[in-house]
Design a binder for this molecule. Sequence first.
Ligand code: B12
Ligand code: SF4
Length: 446
Amino acid sequence: MKILLINTPRSPENRILRFAPEPAKPFIHRRLIGPPLGLMTIAAAVKDHDVMLFDTKGEFDLTSEPTSLAGLVNRLVGEFKPDIIASSAITSELYYAFEIFSEAKKIDPGIIAVLGGLHPTLLPYDCFHPAVDIVCPGQSAHIFRDVVDAIEKKSPLEAIPGILLNNGITLKRTAGKVRMLDPANAGFLMPERAALKKWISTYKVGGSPDPSTYVYTSLGCPYKCTFCSIWPQFKGRYYQRTIDSLITELQSIPDYPVVRFADANTVVDLNFMNALFDRILEDGIKKTFVMDIRADVAAQNPSIIRKMAKGGLKVVICGFESYRDEDLKKYHKDSPASDIAKAIKVFDDNNIMIRGNYVIPNDYSEDDFKSLEEYSSNNPVVYAGYTILTPMPGTVFYKQVKHQIIDHDYLKYNFFNSVMRTTLPYEKFHERVGSLWLIKKGKDVI
Ligand code: B12
Ligand code: SF4
């Protein structure tokens, strides 16, 4: 079978950037960079077929005058002539998946379109669209394999449990017990990175001359922050990979000196991380590691941070979220604000660069902004990110504030636009969020 996997482009919607004061604009982050780990895993599940994996984010970063998405899809479908087209969608990119499939079907209405990823996992029925034939929720790489086999053999797709089929009127879920393989162990598939060589020069972050790739040591998260999509995506489960499998993967990616752990939260099991970094040091694996670590974990466990710094940890992304304990409690963050300053000290002591992220709720008043400015200036990190507390569909927070949402355009669900009514005038609110980006130690942007 000929299978075309297309990574969607980014949503361009960014009201923080649009309304920010001019001096802050250069520091506001516009795009996240990196290869699509989900689709690389899907490619691995069907690698004995004729697979083309195309990264539109990489393509748009590579070319100064990119063609339109429609033009790209036209060319790819015309040249490759796929039997199956598949894509992955987070909330802000769902419409692009629809556009990709619609364009492909204009050229060949017989192509079968399959959609998976985070948004289809959380809200599969949201994916009902004339151009979507099959929706595969969950960690469904092996189920995708079953779908491809069934299409090849012309056997009924209804026999594959856990997928949704478009019957023209609705999406209908197939019956039966879903085949679930632990995606971090028995079901782990080594991501197909070779297919992304064309865009490797675009996978560079923070001014590094070396490309970076994503590797996950775990999937899911044991915490339950109300605004977060990740634990609902995994139904609260947490999957840990084995040290041997991680060492094998790290040794197999010499082209990527920078490794960004894609875990929701990299340090959950302290013994596991200790053992992993012992092996990294023993085996002489030399990488620059970037990872997400909670403030409370760093504050309470400086020795593991020291060990990881010795093993190559250079950059940490830390969700500070708020300077107020009452907010952190409301978000179920389970980490007091006092841990932020302690964590910053632990990272500084180990020469680890920190990106600290705050989330700004829609009801922030001028006084709240001033208090955060004061707090953030007293707890400076090299890079700080200030995004908008967004009710991502499928989260607890979404259910809590559903009635306050005024904008249902998914393109705006990327943390850069308020989709709820704001206490300050709408433009002023975004301008104030934008101005916060000036508070940090570093002179650059990541
Ligand atoms: C890697 C990553 C990226 C990468 C790659 C994504 C890409 N497609 O290009 C990059 C860096 C580009 C990226 C960008 C963004 N991201 Co991001 N990203 C992640 C991260 C860290 C890991 C995701 C991952 O790889 N997981 C592991 C893989 C194996 O799982 P998976 O992707 O879910 O894929 C599995 C299944 O979903 C399924 N599947 C997936 N696709 C398909 C397709 C088919 C056909 C099938 C059958 C199955 C299937 O099978 C896969 C294998 O089991 C998550 C946070 C996290 N820790 O989960 C955030 C996350 C997904 N990102 C998020 C967001 C919001 C963004 C940004 C909008 C952020 C921003 N404001 O800029 C940007 C978008 C673009 C931009 N503006 O630059 C949110 C999504 C929230 C939501 N509800 O939409 C998350 C959850 C982070 C968060 N804190 O909330 N991101
Ligand atoms: S915000 Fe971080 S700690 Fe909280 S549930 Fe999400 S991934 Fe876990």
